[in-house]
Write a protein that binds this ligand. Structure first.
Ligand code: NAP
Length: 282
């Protein structure tokens, strides 16, 4: 299909390349023109300005942050000035507030707006294997599904309001530093006893640590199903205490916070509840 791609940074350049490679007629635009220019040789049309890009009718944006997306959408000659009928597919990771404002502004301009958040780093974008989390009117999502198929391996539709995809993406990203911090602390615990961090990293991968935990605890937490306990808070708290002791003098701020949370839950009567009730104080 005819599509314009705005924002040729680390993520956007790979996404635009995959749109071209899968046969779409792609027009590109980037604030720094030197990043757009090479796309002429890679099979895309380079637009002189946003207004030209918007004439394609469907525009995907992949910009740094709220300020960048606001500039491209609300700024002079921006997408909202392009006239009725435009379909804006917003892929940048931005606030729920801006996503809501854009949904309203595009509707007021007789335009359509969907949010298509992506999971995966620049190498995954270059390989066309992103996971797309999309939200918006079902008809609009159907129209742009071929674009999602070009940039991603999977698409997950999470709802009819674009804000829902923004919220899902932010929830994903909120968890990533927590997991990175957790791994750092795990490496510190084993390092105190002579096990190298990369050996522990390989072990986590080998036992499929992340997926196993999400598979067994995800549904329990989502359904608040903490009884009967497969592993009670009482025993979980014992192990967290033992891990803190095993770390010798290493810094384990996340593990300490978790121990405190468990104590709150135990004090509130949750001692025999499954330890997946970590986030529930009542
Ligand atoms: P990036 O390499 O820094 O690219 C940012 C893009 O935004 C560039 O095209 C830049 O244009 C443009 N931009 C910035 N300010 C602008 C403005 N005021 N007006 C117009 N254009 C502007 O970032 P990225 O890694 O591709 O990330 C893009 C988005 O995807 C972000 O929201 C990020 O959070 C999200 N994301 C990133 C990853 C990742 O692993 N990197 C993964 C998933 C999602 P110039 O070239 O002119 O500066």
């Amino acid at each position: 299909m005819d599509v314009a791609f705005i924002g040729l940074g680390q993520m956007g350049s790979g996404m635009a390349d995959n749109l071209v490679a899968t046969g779409h007629k792609v027009t590109v635009w980037n604030r720094d023109w030197t990043k757009a220019e090479p796309f002429a040789e890679r099979g895309a049309i380079v637009a002189a300005d946003l207004a030209v890009a918007a004439r394609t009718g469907t525009v995907m944006t992949m910009l740094a942050d709220d300020a960048a997306l606001e500039a491209v959408s609300f700024g002079d000659g921006g997408l909202l000035a392009a006239g009725p009928g435009l379909l804006h597919v917003s892929c940048s990771t931005v606030s729920v507030d801006l996503t809501a404002r854009l949904a309203a502004a595009h509707a007021a301009a007789g335009q359509r707006f969907v949010s298509a958040q992506v999971l995966g780093r620049p190498d995954v974008a270059a390989a066309g294997k992103l996971s797309v989390i999309a939200a918006g009117a079902e008809d609009d999502l159907d129209i742009v599904q071929p674009l999602f198929d070009s940039i991603g391996a999977t698409t997950h539709r999470v709802g009819e309001r674009p804000m829902m995809a923004a919220a899902a993406k932010l929830a994903f990203n909120a968890g990533i530093p927590a997991i990175m911090q957790m791994m750092t602390e795990q490496f510190r615990i084993v390092a105190a006893h002579g096990i190298a961090a990369d050996q522990m990293a390989a072990l986590l991968l080998e036992v499929n640590y992340g997926n196993r935990l999400i598979g067994s605890y995800g549904p329990m937490i989502a359904e608040k199903r903490f009884e009967p306990a497969g592993f009670p808070m009482r025993l979980g708290r014992k192990d967290v205490g033992l891990a803190l002791a095993a770390a010798a003098d290493a810094e384990l701020p996340l593990t300490e916070l978790i121990a405190e949370r468990m104590d709150v839950i135990i004090a509130a009567g949750g001692v025999e509840r499954d330890w997946s009730a970590i986030g529930q104080s009542k």
